[in-house]
Ligand binder design. Sequence first.
Ligand code: PLA
Length: 453
Amino acid sequence: MASKSFSSSSSSSGCSPASDRRISVLARHLVAENALSSSPIYASPTSSANSVFAHIARGPEDPILGVTVAYNKDPSPVKLNLGVGAYRTEEGKPLVLNVVRKAEHMLVNDRSRVKEYLPIVGLADFNKLSAKLIFGADSPVIRENRITTVQCLSGTGSLRVGGEFLAKHYHQRTIYIPLPTWGNHPKVFTLAGLSVKTYRYYDPATRGLNFQGLMEDLGSAPSGAIILLHACAHNPTGVDPTPQQWEQIRRLMRSKALMPFFDSAYQGFASGSLDEDAQPVRMFAADGGELLVAQSYAKNMGLYGERVGALSIVCKDADVAGRVESQLKLVIRPMYSNPPIHGASIVAAILKDGNLYNEWTIELKAMADRIISMRKQLFDALHARGTPGDWSHIIKQIGMFTFTGLNSEQVAFMTREYHIYMTSDGRISMAGLSSKTVPHLADAIHAAVTRMK
Ligand code: PLA
């Protein structure tokens, strides 16, 4: 045997026991390699003919982010990306808020800052300030310390961590999401281990809220079920319940012990006011019941790529909140260990400084106002063209998106003929539009509805 002769020859050469061991390990390794290379079924992933991944089918592009992939490939000079919800200026450029630049400048010049790992739950200041932002500075849940807030990877990561926590520790594993909803919701929650069902939300006939359907579906959900609610600026419909309807939803949910899980991805983008957009969450927090909320700073601070968000879980008392947090850490640690420091430091710097905070609210309001003015301009442009149909929903809907009612063939036509990119459900990101591009979009919609009925 090769190994035997190798080791015996080495020991006879007078080596130490340690080097003997190393040599015999090396010998076993070489023998094993020899055995493998002489085997007829040997296949290396690097050998050109047979990849061990050869059976893998190409996956589909993401329905939202894939729109940008297609847009980037189009050489047309008039192309327009109204797919992903990302704010653009009147010049069609991405915007870094001035207040963000100021905060970054402060951070860069602060020599005391280090790049150590954050704790598993993230930056403490950021967590406290995020809770204050969504629940209000004088909120009883903060005063009574019966809340845990953990920094997560933007809105998506917060939803995923919340979903995983519920799947592990909550007695009901079914989550009801609105129909329709953000396309990633069902995937995030299914992979978190929850079972996903829908409740009626949007009525295509009125292009408004199907309030009766919503109340019936929540009314027949099993006691304790989790209900995903868009805190404001519902994506993709742009249709939110009125404050009175929210109150009825709250009463029904509390009477059936349904667990609210708010997705707050657009605080400040619906009305232009951070406090007003947080009202539904605050209404539920004020009644003493428990709830979850996922916050994102992607849109309202323009920190898309920084991946900064937070998950808060409101509990009955401080003791429960502490234990919930200990379990959230066990969810987070094996997933990504701990969150990134930079984006959270920017947010914390802005939220804790009165002047920066005020400046932020002004810039945020300007973004919200520009979107509202795009709604008016698009509505007027369609009206001027005599485009068949009632387009008043463009000005009634709120937030980043208009759910146009265009069908997938009309959307495909607009992409093919006009190089306008949007999701196939007819959603357009109003934030991607500008005064210069409104006429082009209005021409495309007019052609689509008149030619592709
Ligand atoms: N929740 C809702 C309702 C959203 O619309 C989005 C983003 C998120 C959560 C997640 O955002 P974040 O992880 O970046 O914080 N929706 C976008 C982008 C803007 C996307 O699909 O990723 C959209 O175009 O719908």
